[in-house]
Design a protein around this ligand. Sequence first.
Ligand SMILES: Nc1ncnc2c1ncn2[C@@H]1O[C@H](COP(=O)(O)OP(=O)(O)O)[C@@H](O)[C@H]1O
Ligand SMILES: [Mg+2]
Length: 287
Amino acid sequence: MKLEIQNVSKRYRGNTYGLRDFSITIEKGILGLLGPNGAGKSTLLKMIATVSKPTDGLILLNKNNIVKDANYMRQQLGFLPQDFGVYPNLNAYEFLEYMAAMKGVGGKNLRDRISGLLEGLNLLDTAKKPIGGYSGGMKQRVGIAQALLNQPKVVIFDEPTVGLDPEERVRFRNLISELANDCIVVLSSHIVSDIDTIADQVAVMKNGSLLTKGPQEGITGLVSDNVFETVLDKEQLSIFKTNHLVVSTTRKEGALKVRYIANGPIENSIKQQANLEDAYLYLTKTN
Ligand SMILES: Nc1ncnc2c1ncn2[C@@H]1O[C@H](COP(=O)(O)OP(=O)(O)O)[C@@H](O)[C@H]1O
Ligand SMILES: [Mg+2]
């Protein structure tokens, strides 16, 4: 499996770009697509899912041009759009049966497949109640289930963990890990902790451009010698913030523990083990 995005741009009305001369190659495994709101994540994912077309560039799946031959992608695609909507009067069973019919998924195993997905997403108990009464997290899980109905080879999830509580996130993670054996899975988020434990590769984007892509260790390595911690009072912190990149502050016995990124430590600092959150902040704040 190989998905190649080559010099893709998406220009919206006027002169706004959702994506600009964007290139990335995605192979089997889980790619976490990270970027602040407005970075272009949804713009990219919609074009991969063939519900939107590039204004420039090529998208190839296993060397097939899917801008021209969208069906080649659609036959093996599972897509959860960011703005996924459900039919409130149907229950989860009915909704998934409906979606299966739309996707041309059938056969005598369909009921088992639907039950399996509902179970994996912890929806069995409510599957016979109308979706209109579900919480946001439950609706989101129905959206995840519909994307997996056709046993897709390319799975695109746009902000899938929005609305999920911590327990639901763990379930989602397990489901995705099982899925990823020989598929391409792309998950987008603007929250590092949503993807850092499951993604094999991480891509960071901002303003329609790719800032970096690689394994998590590689990206964290960008700031491995640059993360420090010091203790400051409130006044010192406000000055410190104007010329240092502060990752986080925590209260400690009346003073503030400040985690920051810098070329070198200021006085009384302790070097810290860098993590993906540090690297993400560094990349998105300095680019
Ligand atoms: N339909 C649209 N028309 C005009 N501009 C759009 C449209 N969709 C997205 N954009 C713009 O493209 C940029 C990227 O948006 P989007 O892909 O939704 O980012 P993300 O998903 O990372 O939050 C933003 O500046 C957004 O305002
Ligand atoms: Mg988006």
